[in-house]
Design a protein around this ligand. Structure first.
Ligand code: NDP
Ligand code: 8X3
Length: 266
């Protein structure tokens, strides 16, 4: 009889239940959690045992999510463009798993026809919002000598495409921030991960194009990623042993070869 066939000689160790909840005891904060990738990430981290604080501007959406996820989950309304408001999220808290996910694209016009107000919104949210979050999260993590900081970039931060211009620039900036963090913080014990998805069907395209029909056409004849595909990748990264830092995760739909090449059946 092999040892795996035999009955355990002693009761399971007290830590055994934690095996199915590898994030038990972790304090997580997810920005942009009122929809799409952020909401699903909150669900997955919660299922793995983390106490999750969900952050976005739409308070009612967050309240519904908190009700769904149950005790231990909290909602905080915040616009990540506001540095002071982001700093206040971290006061008196000890978040050791932070997912900087809030972001958006606005428009697909070429630069000469772009709207500077949309540019400001994208830059302030996707770049400065991430910087505000990182700046607020790091001191506590440095003090504790551990933590996971996950940035949601995009394949749009690794390639460009027509009409992507400013959105591409913001996601290239996220990649640069990730690279800079690795250098600035090496030795701190903090792990940095950038998760860079291709096409994910969320509210992203509705926000970007301003119209549900136009958004639906983005995914015509192809199978996009879903929020779970991204959330699962985040979960994989943050559940590795402490000496393992999954740095860069690029996730494509099987039907997408580049930001410009998508296989469609019609
Ligand atoms: P959704 O539109 O579904 O979700 C975006 C989230 O960001 C919402 O919760 C929204 O909440 C929040 N958000 C936007 N602006 C702010 C702000 N100023 N302050 C706080 N929260 C804000 O899109 P996705 O889930 O797809 O997008 C999540 C991230 O993934 C973004 O960074 C996006 O760039 C990135 N990404 C998306 C891809 C896709 O194809 N969908 C592919 C690659 C990357 P609220 O409006 O309530 O504030
Ligand atoms: C969003 C995906 O391909 O529209 O980051 O840039 S894409």
């Amino acid at each position: 009889m092999s040892s795996s066939d035999s009955a355990p000689a002693s009761p399971a160790p007290a830590s055994a239940p934690a095996l199915g909840r590898p994030l038990a005891g972790r304090q997580a904060l997810v920005t942009g959690a009122s929809a799409g990738i952020g909401a699903q990430t909150a669900r997955v981290l919660n299922a793995l045992g983390a106490a999750v604080t969900v952050v976005a501007r739409r308070q009612e959406r967050l309240a519904t999510l908190v009700e769904e996820l149950g005790p231990g989950t909290r909602a905080k309304s915040c616009d990540v463009r506001d540095a002071d408001a982001v700093a206040a999220l971290f006061e008196g808290e000890a978040y050791d798993l932070v997912v900087a996910n809030a972001g958006l694209g606005l428009g697909v016009a070429p630069l000469h026809a772009g709207d500077p107000s949309d540019w400001s919104t994208m830059i302030d949210t996707n770049v400065k919002g991430v910087l505000h979050t990182v700046r607020a999260a790091l001191p506590g993590m440095r003090e504790r000598g551990r933590g996971d900081l996950v940035l949601i970039g995009s394949v749009a931060g690794r390639q460009v495409y027509p009409g992507g211009n400013v959105y591409n620039a913001t996601k290239h900036a996220v990649k640069a921030i990730y690279d800079a963090l690795r250098l600035d913080e090496v030795g701190s014990g903090i792990r940095f991960t950038t998760v860079d998805p291709g096409m994910v069907q969320t509210e992203f395209s509705v926000v970007r194009l301003g119209d549900q029909n136009a958004a639906d056409r983005v995914y015509d004849g192809m199978t996009p990623l879903g929020p779970s595909d991204v959330a699962d990748a985040i979960a994989f990264a943050v559940t590795r042993p402490a000496h393992v830092n999954i740095g860069e995760i690029v996730i494509w739909p099987t039907d997408q070869a580049s930001t410009r090449d998508v296989h469609r059946t019609q």
